[in-house]
Ligand binder design. Structure first.
Ligand SMILES: Nc1ncnc2c1ncn2[C@@H]1O[C@H](COP(=O)(O)OP(=O)(O)O)[C@@H](O)[C@H]1O
Ligand SMILES: CC(=O)OP(=O)(O)O
Ligand SMILES: [Mg+2]
Length: 336
């Protein structure tokens, strides 16, 4: 068998799958979540069922070793013929999946400042897998690529033109593979030809984004220059008044790096609740009366949390709604 290993190094999790390309079946898949918390675990699913085991440390590199062991113990290591990597930020350079070369790695590194929670994790996955499978083709699939069809009025910020022209300051959008997949699949299931379809797709996990997809092409999305803009997320603030940076710097003496850290890692559900970035835990705590957890759920359900923003920006009602990733029950609250 000639199998494709697919790796998705997310901000808080690592998901992988081993695929049989001839019939698109999944031979093996797995998930390691809460990678930076106590006692991270790897759950592997194969034909026999699910097996969960502790990981000997935190972070993506440790999970990579766990995945290789899971493949080795099942005699699958030698059957891997290529590796696909989810990469979050590809800037304007990458409009499609791209074979990874040292030059491509350098470009992904150059985008680290634009996706500080993600591109470093993606690079760890790439380096770990390239070490494990040095002779195989590795391909990067970019979150940003699907959104390259957005028109300028959707991707340009109302900022001086020179910032776009010389420094690439624009909306890029993320979770593109996910939005593309769910809207294609939704059109298929509804029997609508893709070119006549129109959907709003919500990707709700630790990172959250919403995208307007018309005729199978992304026309607008909530995430921006970085995956910080838009919806309230696990540890990310989503939209805030841009004046907040100056306020925090001038009144609390925070450096820009510290402000970025607060907005990316200490905000969102975690910041609001003071308890957790995990929707499951917040739902439990809210049911038990935890005030912070309740507030966090109310804030994500509020229209200002941005779910309706893309819809409104697009200017016309879009009939379809697709949803994906971690959150399972929250959408009905949001759409209320
Ligand atoms: N069954 C569930 N119900 C509600 N929320 C869930 C559920 N499972 C996972 N989640 C949420 O999804 C988050 C994980 O999102 P995920 O997209 O898998 O991670 P990442 O964004 O790092 O890839 C968790 O922190 C939690 O908030
Ligand atoms: C771009 C992004 O937010 O990704 P994730 O959901 O993996 O955090
Ligand atoms: Mg995610």
């Amino acid at each position: 068998m000639s199998l494709i290993l697919v790796l998705n190094c997310g901000s808080s999790s690592l998901k992988f799958a081993l695929l049989e390309p001839s019939n698109q079946s999944t031979v093996l898949s797995g998930l390691a979540e809460k990678l930076f918390e106590d006692e991270p675990r790897l759950i592997v699913t194969d034909g026999e069922g699910k097996q969960a085991g502790p990981l000997p440390g935190q972070g993506h590199a440790v999970v990579m070793r766990g995945i290789l062991e899971a493949l080795r113990s099942r005699g699958l290591l030698e059957q891997v013929s290529s590796v696909g990597h989810r990469v979050v930020h590809g800037g304007e350079r990458f409009r499609q999946a791209t074979r990874i070369t040292p030059e491509v790695v350098a470009q992904i590194e150059a985008c680290v400042p634009l996706a500080p929670l993600h591109n470093p994790a993606n690079l760890e996955g790439i380096r770990g897998a390239m070490e494990a499978f040095p002779g195989l083709p590795h391909v990067a699939v970019f979150d940003t690529a699907f959104h390259q069809t957005m028109p300028p009025h959707a991707y340009r910020y109302a900022l001086p033109e020179v910032l776009y022209r010389e420094h690439g300051v624009r909306r890029y959008g993320f979770h593109g593979t996910s939005h593309q997949y769910v809207t294609r699949r939704a059109a298929e299931l509804l029997g609508i030809p893709l070119e006549h379809s129109a959907f709003v797709s919500a990707h709700l996990g630790n990172g959250c984004s919403i995208t307007a997809v018309k005729g199978g092409r992304s026309v607008d999305t909530s995430m921006g220059l970085t995956p910080l803009e838009g919806l309230v997320m696990g540890t990310r603030s989503g939209d805030v008044d841009p004046g907040i940076h100056a306020f925090l710097a001038e009144n609390l003496g925070l450096s820009l790096r510290e402000v970025t850290e607060v907005l990316n890692k200490g905000s969102g559900l975690l910041g609001l609740s003071g308890l957790s970035n995990d929707m499951r835990e917040l739902e439990r705590a809210a049911a038990e009366g935890h005030a912070g957890a309740r507030l966090a759920l109310e804030v994500v359900a509020h229209p200002h949390a941005g779910v309706r923003g893309v819809w409104v920006r697009e200017g016309e009602p879009l009939p379809g709604w697709g949803e994906t990733d971690g959150w399972e029950k929250i959408t009905s609250t949001i759409l209320r």
